[in-house]
Design a protein around this ligand. Sequence first.
Ligand SMILES: Nc1ncnc2c1ncn2[C@@H]1O[C@H](COP(=O)(O)OP(=O)(O)O[C@H]2O[C@H](CO)[C@@H](O)[C@H](O)[C@H]2O)[C@@H](O)[C@H]1O
Length: 516
Amino acid sequence: MSNAAVNAQPITSKKNDISFPSGNRPVLQISSTHDDKKKILFVTSELTDLVKTGGLADVSAALPRALSPLHDVRVLIPGYPQVLECGHPIRLVGSLGAQGDLPACNIGRLDLPDGLIIYVLISPELYERDGTPYGDEHGNDWPDNPVRFARLGLAAAEIAAGTACIRWAPDLVHAHDWPAGLVPAYMRWRGLKTPSVFTIHNLAYQGLMSMNQRRRLGIPVEACHHEQMEFYGHLSLLKAGIAYADHVTTVSATYAEEITTPEFGCGMDGYLRVKAEQGLLSGILNGIDESWDPATDTHLIQNFSMHDWAGKAANARHVREMFGLAPSEGPLFSVVSRLVHQKGIDLTRGVAQTIVEAGGQVAIIGRGDARIEDDLRQLAARYPGQVGVHIGFNETDARCLFAGSDFLLMPSRFEPCGLSQMYAQRFGSLPVARRTGGLADSIEDGVTGFLFDEANVESYRHAVERALAVFGRPQLLNAMRCRAMNSGFFWRQSIAPYDQLYRRLLGDQQATAITF
Ligand SMILES: Nc1ncnc2c1ncn2[C@@H]1O[C@H](COP(=O)(O)OP(=O)(O)O[C@H]2O[C@H](CO)[C@@H](O)[C@H](O)[C@H]2O)[C@@H](O)[C@H]1O
């Protein structure tokens, strides 16, 4: 394996300008940083600052920052065009040789303005193409995803082993979701002692690939067993993460329990049950970052705070204009969502009539499955001026929707944590949501939102009717808004469990028992 040593040298972030200086010796500092900070490497396929398809990006961006007072957390991400062309300089700091079918690649370092350090895995042939991190603009997965994400996993293991010449090696590696599932696996197969944590953000995306990929990715034959990463005749990157990490977390306590049952376990419930019985699976609720403050958010048409309902109404007027809705004093419901089966958008179509007949309106923003997008366009056509749909996504419009709406509709069939309901509460929009996963853990029924039990229109409609009734009682509505805005699911409340987990895995005597 080539370990060409490099000296950190500024270069531009434009694709074709990346040069790779060589000829210097690597200087690896394995020792711990000052104080009691541990060096933690996050491995992820999305980061809100650079590239985002959903909630994973938000967590990947917010959690390292929230942990930064306690630990030196850095992030490894593939060098997609959105990363390379983000406008911040990237310095080449390391290189990795080819291994089997995994090509040689470089490692760049990108320092975000607030100091978050990102290592960028640079491989034009694997990552520099138009589309999402996972596929083309038509939603087709890239056929070489096994190689793309195996390369990411192996790169992380090489960084952990100190063989990537980047002058930094983590004490612990924290890998996120199936794209980083091979991180703990390669670490184990290489005999590394560095502990690893694997977080499941969504068990439904399992990173399945054919058994034929085994050799080219350097996967040992003994790993192709149902106690490791074999899953019904395939290899699963997600299962690899679960199998080989020293500890597995997911993003809420309720989802951690749910995934050990056949209803939510996506075929892995038995395997996860064993992990849970061994004390190797736990749930830590996500948080939101401090930028979610309606009093200061610059995306909003007008800032507001508790009791300043006129400020909130100004955002509602703006949303109505943006979505082509008729001026109205009635309740405004919003949907801010990836448009996939999980999110129960079909159920929302089923309650639209109830909302419109009660004088309510619905504004929907999101993108995803083409069929769901078409269904929503039809819904808007059926209720002109009452239902507005924007297929697409941008942060400003999403924040205005949270700020302008009275209620957020989130009838998810399952929801590992969910962030939209936390954002909505912070902006005084009461979630109407299914009692599942993180929704159950972050919404107090009748206090900060409305929960329903069954994933069907009838159960959902009943919750919508309760919301409509509260809208008719302004005092109660405003009291609920205040409670929701005060819920405060900030990351600072979630970092203690991560800190305890890291320290326990690192054998820190001071780590207290994990209490989540
Ligand atoms: N079409 C779109 N394109 C881009 N961004 C969009 C979008 N639609 C919504 N978003 C944004 O993505 C985030 C949505 O995050 P969620 O946690 O609600 O769901 P998601 O299913 O993506 O995340 C998964 O991972 C997170 C993080 O752990 C878990 O909370 C969640 O339950 C799990 O399903 C919000 O910031 C929202 O504004």
